[in-house]
Write a protein that binds this ligand. Sequence first.
Ligand SMILES: Cc1cc2nc3c(=O)[nH]c(=O)nc-3n(C[C@H](O)[C@H](O)[C@H](O)COP(=O)(O)O)c2cc1C
Length: 209
Amino acid sequence: MKYPIVLAMTGASGAIFAVRLLDLLIRNSIDVHLTISSSGAEVIRQELGREIDLRNFQISDLLPGITEADSLTYHHEHDYLTPIASGSFRTSGMVLAPCSGSTLSAIAHGASNNLIQRAAEVHLKERRKLILMPRETPLSLSAIENMRSVTLAGAVVLPASPGWYHGVKHLDDLVDFIVARILDQLDLENKLISRWAEQSDADSETPTE
Ligand SMILES: Cc1cc2nc3c(=O)[nH]c(=O)nc-3n(C[C@H](O)[C@H](O)[C@H](O)COP(=O)(O)O)c2cc1C
């Protein structure tokens, strides 16, 4: 990747998707700027049983198998004095996974109440790749309209809605389906899952450019 990827975890269900994505990016030494909302940290606690201190972030608290990550830069959700708050800092795109309905709404309406929403707005204004992974069902009319607005503005809405056609045997297969779609959007080659009408060759975890 020429430039870093921004990854934001907000307070929708599905923290596992971002954890898997982040693990893959770090293990492949891809530069990542990470930020997590306080609701995102609550979801991580509820769903994964992992306590995240947003003021004193340690990667091992989120990814217990990793103690150091040179390619990772963490930013607090209220710290605007960071590179990702500005369009002058170049990135290869931003992923919001999961993306809560409230963050989706803020992005759709151009309200930048925290660093995550500001960085998303920057990606829209700079016409860069912005991938939002909402997790909600059923959808309210406002959520549908917000998805329409961000799509018109250039974002990709990529719901946490896995397919079942790739030989699902384990929960991880469903997680990898979505993570593979995100990696595809970032133009990172991967063989996490076998693709439609392909033989199963899901033996490589290496995202490459
Ligand atoms: C355990 C838990 C699960 C939640 N699940 C969802 C969800 O699946 N989708 C959603 O849009 N909001 C969900 N919410 C609500 C959001 O976290 C809430 O709207 C919050 O204000 C979002 O803030 P943020 O966008 O800054 O992270 C959940 C909240 C909690 C505590």
